[in-house]
Design a binder for this molecule. Structure first.
Ligand SMILES: Nc1ncnc2c1ncn2[C@@H]1O[C@H](COP(=O)(O)OP(=O)(O)OP(=O)(O)O)[C@@H](O)[C@H]1O
Length: 513
């Protein structure tokens, strides 16, 4: 199927998110859509998927104009979309999710056998392995994504939109998705692929369209170098390498002594983790997602009290302190899940920029919020972090994904810090802003903060960290320098080269200690 978007314009109030965009996607083509945060990529795809009505322009399918007033219309015309945030029901099985809304029923009941067979057939045909009877909540993110893709394919999608599909995937899951994309394209499905990872674009794209500030600025050749692609996206040269001097570590700021965290069933999520981070150094924490990184950050912050072991900040025992007390001691926190843990969606950008700073006399006078000060602060932060918004008084939920991430960073880096804990700092952030975020993290280090950098992006960890620990099944599998090779890190991340046992359970007394 040939898809053509012609002169699409979409405005929000007096802000033009898409400005007369033309885009043609040929049958069986993988068409990458590149652009900085807030460029208008998701908006354009939401227009295509019937979620937004364009103010101007038209959509043509095989040369015929079509008009979609809902995703159901778009799906009926053969367009499928996998969103950045999946839209699955966690308590339903994979099969139930896939057939939801298009189910065949007999006497009002779901025809489970037919549904299951269809799911298996589609997943086998495209090499998308799915356990049909597993609950979605129990599946790894990469498999949940396959459920979304099978769901679209089962509805006979001949154009599949993937909006930042690799942001949450492990490297192995990403490779797998790339393979699936190539196979789908070879079988005639067209794919619109949105990503900020230029290497992926080079690996799979047949054609590349770049948009900037709502307009198409050009097509790029898939043979272009990442630096050339970055320059076209951002409109200037981008340094893809991080500039940083040798560290000058000072006193111990953070010390974890044999920290253990067990879940209610007694499985150890953090297992005897001991580590020290000094002022003026960045400790990188590498590992495949789900090996204790989240629990590590949360136990330092006081969001998840350790089952046993101690956490010290600047010599003080802060184990068991409330998160507000920990933050008030000069700790900054950029959580991996910005939507749930970093922002209040319905609050304005101004308000989100001072969350957790409500004891700060810059913004609160005699218990009353100083709106003028908040406005001034927002103006400065928006400018400094290049947050793309029409107005800082707008709800933070109206920002593009990457710009929401910048709000969290701008807030956390706006006060003097002893310790900065950052998880996945550049997830969903465009290459130009990645450069900026990396430079800001190094600046915190150079100003004397101890930094814990948790990232599943090995390139990021190696570029920023002064030392790297690898977490594997809740344990520190090893410590290496920043010059460790990808292979050495990969081995530690897979559990090879360590004596770490499989998932352990606490023995009764320890679990409750
Ligand atoms: N519902 C809305 N109301 C107001 N403004 C909006 C709305 N949705 C999007 N915008 C604005 O439109 C612009 C484009 O956003 P969009 O989500 O399309 O960007 P994007 O290119 O997908 O960015 P990212 O790479 O960060 O995901 C942003 O500046 C955003 O703030």
């Amino acid at each position: 199927m040939q898809l053509e978007l012609r002169g699409i314009t979409k405005r929000f109030g007096d802000f033009t998110a898409n400005d007369a965009i033309d885009l043609t996607v040929e049958p069986g083509e993988i068409h990458a859509l590149l652009g900085e945060n807030g460029a208008g990529k998701s908006t354009l795809m939401n227009v295509l998927y019937g979620l937004y009505t364009p103010d101007e322009g038209e959509i043509l399918v095989d040369g015929r104009p079509v008009s979609f007033s809902s995703p159901a219309d778009a799906m009926a015309a053969g367009i499928g979309m996998v969103h950045q945030h999946f839209m699955l029901v966690p308590t339903f099985t994979a099969t139930e999710n896939i057939v939801l809304g298009a189910e065949r029923t007999t006497g009002g009941l779901l025809d489970r056998r037919t549904a299951r067979r269809q799911v298996l057939e589609t997943s086998e045909r495209f090499g998308l392995q799915i356990p049909p009877d597993a609950l979605v909540a129990d599946l790894p993110v990469g498999v949940q994504q396959r459920v979304e893709i099978v769901k679209a394919l089962l509805r006979k999608a001949s154009v599949l939109v993937l909006d930042e599909p690799t942001a949450v995937l492990t490297p192995a899951e990403t490779d797998d998705l790339m393979r699936v994309m190539r196979e789908l394209a070879a079988a005639g499905t067209s794919i619109v692929f949105i990503t900020h990872k230029l290497r992926e674009v080079k690996a799979v794209a047949d054609r590349i369209t770049v948009i900037r500030r709502g307009k198409v600025v050009g097509q790029a050749d898939p043979g272009a170098t990442p630096a050339e692609l970055a320059a076209l996206m951002v409109g200037r040269d981008v340094r893809l390498a991080v500039d940083k001097a040798a560290p000058a570590p000072g006193r111990d700021v953070l010390r974890l002594d044999e920290v253990r965290v067990a879940d209610p069933a007694g499985t150890l999520l953090l297992d005897d983790v001991s580590l020290t981070v000094r002022a003026g150094e960045i400790l990188g924490v590498a590992g495949v997602d789900g090996n204790g990184q989240t629990e590590l950050a949360r136990s330092i912050l006081g969001l998840l009290p350790p089952t046993s072991g101690r956490v010290h900040l600047d010599g003080d025992d802060i184990t068991g302190l409330d998160v507000h007390d920990v933050l008030a001691r000069g700790v900054g926190y950029v959580p991996e899940d910005r939507v749930h843990d970093g922002l209040v969606a319905s609050f304005s950008i101004e308000e989100n920029l001072v969350l957790d700073l409500l004891a700060d006399e810059r913004f609160v006078r005699r218990g009353v919020l100083d709106r003028d000060a908040m406005q001034r602060n927002a103006g400065e932060r928006v400018e400094e972090f290049d947050i793309r918004t029409g107005s800082a008084a707008a709800a933070v939920s109206t920002l593009s994904g990457g710009n929401q991430q910048k709000v969290v960073l701008a807030r956390e880096l706006s006060r003097p810090l002893k310790l900065l804990v950052v998880a996945q700092p550049t997830r969903g952030v465009d290459v130009g802003s990645q450069e900026f975020v990396h430079a800001r993290i190094v600046r915190e280090r150079d100003a004397g903060a101890a930094v814990v950098l948790i990232s599943t992006e090995l390139d990021e960890v190696r570029a920023l960290a002064d030392r790297i620990v690898v977490l594997y099944r809740g344990r520190v599998a090893g410590e290496v320098g920043p010059d460790a090779t990808q292979q050495e890190l990969g081995l530690l991340m897979s559990g090879a080269g360590t004596a770490a046992p499989g998932p352990t359970t606490t023995s009764g007394t320890e679990a409750t200690a």
